[in-house]
Design a protein around this ligand. Structure first.
Ligand code: ATP
Length: 259
């Protein structure tokens, strides 16, 4: 059984068909690449899976159960975590506080999550455990020394690593990564490939990766799905998809294709 199954999903924004009857599976323990030129519908698909958007039709099943009746804030509890194309962190909070946000569905505090995070009265054992787990996640992505630094002003590559730590701290089963290599230099991309392989191996994490960086997608993915104008135009092994005529044509004439 697939860990994530997307079946005939359609999303319309006014006259725009952002997703037009999309179906594909993400097998358990696989790394699946989701590619396609700008505006193909990749981020919309992530937003549907994480319940930011509700599709007009279709099904999204996770471990055989529908995600469509799960509230967005509870998606993480079901085992689905994500990162964002433009990095979404709380700039006034420290690195460790941002990572702890990834545990918000697990930290229950009578005065609320913010109180718990800022260590105001009645710090429970649960919160201490959360802090230890956040430290462990930061250590894992190589940022242990920055834990007390405010996020504002940190380099983009570092912010992406903080976001990744926040995504893995809850030990999700499925990780959705939206353009993780965007804005990174050559060496940073090489490090990222290693980090993804390590995360996949150490945590047995299933990953769905949206990425324009073809080299990264082809190197890390077991399986690749290509969208164009909201439709699935190809799916298969990385080499097959890379050589697919429709995929080549979709990228030709676009900035991605030129790159
Ligand atoms: P990119 O690689 O540029 O991020 P993408 O493949 O992620 O592109 P989406 O961002 O999913 O593409 O956009 C798919 C289509 O849906 C585009 O035509 C976009 O303009 C449109 N769209 C996405 N979100 C909205 C929205 N909230 N309201 C209206 N239209 C939207």
């Amino acid at each position: 059984m697939a860990l994530l199954s997307v079946q005939d999903v359609t999303v319309r924004f006014g006259g725009i068909l952002a997703l037009d009857g999309i179906s594909f599976d993400v097998p358990d323990n696989a790394i699946v690449g989701l590619i396609g030129p700008n505006g193909a519908g990749k981020t919309t698909l992530f937003n549907v899976v994480t319940r930011v958007y509700t599709p007009q039709s279709g099904r999204i099943d996770f471990e055989g159960q529908s995600l469509l009746d799960v509230r967005p804030e509870l998606i993480i509890k079901r085992g689905v975590a994500r990162t964002f194309q433009n990095v979404e962190l709380f700039s006034r909070m420290t690195v460790i506080q941002n990572v702890m946000v990834g545990l918000h569905s697990e930290i229950r505090h009578p005065l609320g999550f913010v109180t718990a995070m800022f260590h105001l009265p009645s710090n429970s054992r649960k919160e201490e455990t959360a802090l230890a787990r956040a430290r462990e996640a930061l250590d894992y992505v190589g940022l242990k020394d920055l834990e007390e630094r405010p996020v504002a002003g940190l380099p983009f590559g570092t912010l992406k690593a903080v976001e990744l730590a926040r995504a893995i701290v809850s030990r999700p089963k499925l990780l959705l990564l939206d353009e993780p290599a965007g804005g990174l230099n050559h060496d940073e991309v090489a490090d990222l490939v290693q980090l993804f392989r390590r995360i996949h191996k150490d945590f047995g994490l299933t990953m769905l990766i949206v990425e324009h960086h073809m080299n990264l997608v082809m190197r890390v993915s077991d399986h690749v799905v290509c969208l164009d104008f909201g439709k699935k135009i190809a799916e298969g092994a990385p080499r097959e998809v890379q050589a697919n005529q429709r995929v080549i044509e979709a990228y030709l004439g676009t900035e991605d294709g030129a790159a």
